[in-house]
Design a protein around this ligand. Structure first.
Ligand code: 5GP
Ligand code: ZN
Length: 115
């Protein structure tokens, strides 16, 4: 756990979160400032700063993030109409929280422009 990382603190139960999914390796919770009717963040329990830090040996972890998001989209009732998955990486990528997370956004029409 990274002491100053808010998402590590959520994993540790030190900060409250509206958790919608958890397993041994992952946690998913609602974004505190939702940008869409459904806005869930899926994170690995272990502290990985960003996509840039993923190793070739972590393909399974990367794949699981997407599969969990897909399953949650169905559970949230947004699978049929569609949704958006976003991972911001680094400063210019718009990443604010330096703990790898996948945004699941849905429940409204997304802008076709990215960024
Ligand atoms: P980023 O810009 O790093 O990709 O996204 C970080 C996201 O985390 C933002 O959408 C922000 O609203 C959300 N966030 C920041 N702090 C907290 C928090 O303490 N709890 C929850 N649930 N979400 C947070
Ligand atoms: Zn962390």
């Amino acid at each position: 756990m990274a002491e100053e990382c808010i998402f590590c603190r959520i994993v540790a139960g030190e900060l409250p979160a509206d958790i919608v999914y958890q397993d041994e390796d992952f946690l998913a919770f609602r974004d505190i400032m939702p940008k869409a009717p459904t806005h869930v963040l899926i994170i690995p329990r272990t502290h990985i700063t960003s996509v840039a830090e993923l190793t070739d040996g972590q393909q399974k972890l990367g794949g699981r993030l997407i599969i969990i998001a897909k399953n949650l989209a169905k559970k949230e009732g947004i699978a049929r109409k569609g949704y958006r998955l976003v991972i911001n990486c680094g400063t210019e990528g718009g990443q604010v929280v330096p703990h790898l997370h996948l945004h699941l956004l849905g429940g409204r029409q997304m802008d076709a422009r990215l960024g």
